[in-house]
Design a protein around this ligand. Structure first.
Ligand code: SAH
Length: 241
């Protein structure tokens, strides 16, 4: 539900940044732009920087206060150029995006950006459920406003795509712990039967094989295939017959 994600720019001084933000948003399929007391808007420079995203500027809501911008939002994330003190919890761009995308399925959520010169004030930060900080060079941590919108909009788009992929994936019928245990016992026996294992090495080898199959997370069919191969190796069942 990307349309429920509201990008809020507070007291922006450069209209070019508003245009850049609109362009970044449209590239990443975000639609709702809300401007709190922009210093110059509408403005020719905003339209020029928006390029083909002028429609987002045309639909942008202009309001007088942050409270108005946040009305109806049940999650508010503030973008902060500084990794602040403990007063506000700070999460990574990936975590913030995942949370925004998940909660946007329930209704409106907001991602708030501060002023070019001074960012967000403490009372504005108080309105945020948590903050997101884009990791940077610690000695030079402040991104251009349009660039910060771009990075976070991209993360939101990635989280949205990931959500779509997960929803369309057929759930795998994973092998149970008992099936895996049965398989490993069978594997140990079969390796022994074909004379592969050196008794001094076998414990270590079997542990490595266990970790290989833990990583692969085989499903029930795959375990049955593997057990069929083991039986064939042991000569109890030949695949050719
Ligand atoms: N000089 C200001 C930063 C202004 S940059 C300060 O020190 O707070 C304008 C806005 O872009 C910031 O308020 C923030 O919303 C966003 N921004 C810039 N760099 C960021 C970063 N590294 N992580 C998260 N947001 C950032």
């Amino acid at each position: 539900m990307l349309k429920n994600i509201r990008i809020v720019l507070v007291d922006t001084s450069h209209p070019g940044n508003i245009g850049a933000a609109a362009r970044a948003m449209k590239n990443m399929r975000l639609q709702q732009l809300c401007l709190v007391a922009p210093q110059q808007f509408p403005h020719q420079e905003a339209s020029a920087r928006a390029s083909g995203a002028g429609d987002l500027l045309d639909c942008a809501r202009v309001v007088d206060s942050l409270d108005e911008a946040l009305s109806g939002c049940h999650l508010v994330v503030g973008a902060s150029a500084r990794s602040r003190s403990v007063a506000w919890p700070v999460v990574s761009p990936g975590e913030a995006a995942a949370k925004l995308v998940t909660e946007a399925s329930q209704g409106d959520v907001a991602l708030v950006f501060g002023r070019e010169r001074s960012g967000l004030s403490n009372s504005e930060l108080d309105r945020c459920t948590f903050l997101v900080h884009i990791p940077t060079n610690e000695a030079y941590s402040s991104l251009n406003l349009g660039a910060a919108v771009q990075v976070l909009a991209y993360e939101i788009h990635l989280a949205h795509l990931q959500g779509q992929r997960t929803a369309s994936e057929r759930p795998r019928d994973l092998a149970t712990a008992e099936m895996l245990q049965g398989f490993h016992e069978h594997l140990a026996q079969a390796l022994d039967d074909v004379g592969f294992t050196d008794p001094r090495q076998s414990e270590k080898l079997l542990r490595r094989l266990r970790s290989l199959f833990q990583r692969a997370r085989p499903d029930k069919d795959e375990i049955n295939i593997l057990r069929g191969i083991l039986s064939a190796m042991q000569g109890r069942k030949s695949m050719r017959r």
